[in-house]
Design a protein around this ligand. Structure first.
Ligand SMILES: Cc1cc2nc3c(=O)[nH]c(=O)nc-3n(C[C@H](O)[C@H](O)[C@H](O)COP(=O)(O)OP(=O)(O)OC[C@H]3O[C@@H](n4cnc5c(N)ncnc54)[C@H](O)[C@@H]3O)c2cc1C
Length: 410
């Protein structure tokens, strides 16, 4: 029998195994993939934005869902602790723009290598190609895991760290939710966050591939403003994506359909400044067609489409633009509206929202309130955060705390 059985060899599971082993427990980690940390390889576009070098309060401000639940875990194992752990295990890190932390080599694989190396040093038994089907229980205790191959592995404690439902090809297939539910835990229905948005309008699709580097986006539902931020937006084959849209997707109303994205295409200019600029440009351009003058203000592909978006004839020359038409141009430059149809599917989301209800997990230990020796860690818990290294840190912190408590129990 193993003291602590960790199910899932992603960020949370590896960290849980490390802390349980450091606490002196005999630890076995089961991973149904052929290798560890498959999702880590694709994080940060292969560079792995592994944490954010910020304070706990700054961190919690980036967690729209159940931030208070993370207070103890982040106090126990903070971003700085993760940076130190990697530095001490052969993976130097560097802090970049927005205090995002990456391995200095900019290779996500080096993070996994460092953690796998540390697990080896601590004699964690890692079993790959070992999927778990279910857990067995006796009263208010779990007794071990039933594997896909039909075998049973008894354990003193079990840590479930099976991830969510996004990018299922990396191994996060929702097994953890099913197992938790079978044991009577409430699973808040999973939904996609940090995800692109399909739009009702066709025109964003016609601009596929165009990126707007500096726009202000406001997400609104009816009269309510849900989110507003400055950044980069990308037009795609389904609508809109890019960092700004991914962040906005964390704040979508329920249902998302009909929510408005209001884009300020010239956030650096006030209405008055922009109006003065338009007057000046139109005066200087005389008989030139509007569509030929707008590229001074907008990327060429958007400029070509822009008069149509304002309901103004494309063939109009600058000296024919009337005051109401200039007003329309001005309004659309400052508030170009895009209607949300739906977020893209969960499989395409960077993170899964929902999961095991935080009400059924002790925040100071990560222990289930239903079973005295069952723990949860990582994305399978109902917490999620913005981009910037926060989601991986949630996995590291909750994994570390679950591992420490499970290890201490032995
Ligand atoms: C494209 C992309 C980019 C991202 N970039 C970043 C980033 O730069 N920074 C950041 O902070 N976050 C990023 N994230 C989010 C981050 O990767 C996750 O939040 C984090 O990996 C969650 O870790 P986890 O260990 O909880 O889950 P996972 O990494 O999903 O690990 C769960 C593991 O459990 C295994 N497993 C599942 N079921 C079973 C079973 N029944 N038996 C055995 N094993 C099982 C899975 O195979 C998997 O290895 C990104 C996500 C994606 C999809």
């Amino acid at each position: 029998m193993t003291d602590v059985l960790v199910i899932g060899g992603g960020a949370a599971g590896m960290m849980a195994a490390i802390f349980a082993a450091r606490a002196g427990a005999d630890v076995t980690l089961l991973e149904h993939n052929e290798k560890l940390g498959k999702k880590i390889y694709i994080t940060g576009k292969g560079r792995c934005n592994l944490t954010n070098d910020c304070t706990r309060d700054e961190f919690l401000a980036q967690v729209p869902r159940n931030p208070r639940f993370l207070y103890s875990a982040l106090s126990f194992f903070a971003p700085r602790d993760m940076m130190t752990l990697l530095e001490e295990n052969g993976c130097p890190v560097s802090v970049q723009r927005g205090r995002r932390v990456f391995p200095s080599t900019e290779k996500a694989s080096d993070v996994t290598k460092a953690l796998a190396g540390l697990m080896r040093k601590l004699d964690v038994h890692v079993r790959l190609n070992a999927g778990v089907r279910n857990l067995r229980t006796d009263g208010n205790a779990v007794t071990g895991a039933e594997l896909e191959d039909g075998s049973f592995l008894p354990a003193g404690s079990v840590i479930l760290a099976c991830g969510g439902l996004s990018y299922p090809a990396t191994g996060s297939t929702g097994d953890g939710y099913r197992i938790a539910e079978t044991l009577g835990h409430t699973v808040v229905p999973p939904s996609p966050v940090l995800v692109g948005l399909e739009t009702e309008e066709d025109w964003p699709r016609s601009l596929q591939g165009l990126s707007l580097k500096n726009v202000a986006l406001t997400l609104a539902s009816g009269k309510k403003t849900l989110y507003t931020e400055l950044g980069e937006l990308l037009f795609t084959h389904f609508g809109v994506s890019g960092p700004l849209v991914l962040e906005a997707s964390c704040h979508l109303p329920e249902p998302a359909r009909g929510a408005l994205l209001k884009l300020d295409l010239k956030p650096g200019l006030t209405r008055e400044q922009l109006d003065a600029r338009l007057r000046r440009d139109f005066l200087a351009s005389g008989r030139k067609q509007l569509a030929n003058v707008l590229p001074g203000l907008l990327p060429a592909r958007l400029a070509e489409l822009f008069p149509r978006l304002c309901g103004i004839p494309e063939s109009l020359s600058c000296n024919q633009v009337t005051a109401p038409q200039r007003e329309k141009l001005l309004n659309t430059l400052k508030t170009l509206e895009v209607t949300v149809r739906a977020p893209r599917p969960l499989a395409e989301a960077v993170v899964t929202r929902g999961g095991v209800s935080v009400r059924q997990i002790e925040p100071g230990t990560m222990r289930s309130k239903k079973f005295r020796n069952l723990f949860f860690a990582g994305e399978m818990i109902d917490v999620d955060a913005h981009t910037g290294g926060y989601n991986l840190q949630i996995a590291w912190s909750t994994g570390a705390l679950a591992g420490q408590t499970a290890g201490d129990c032995q």
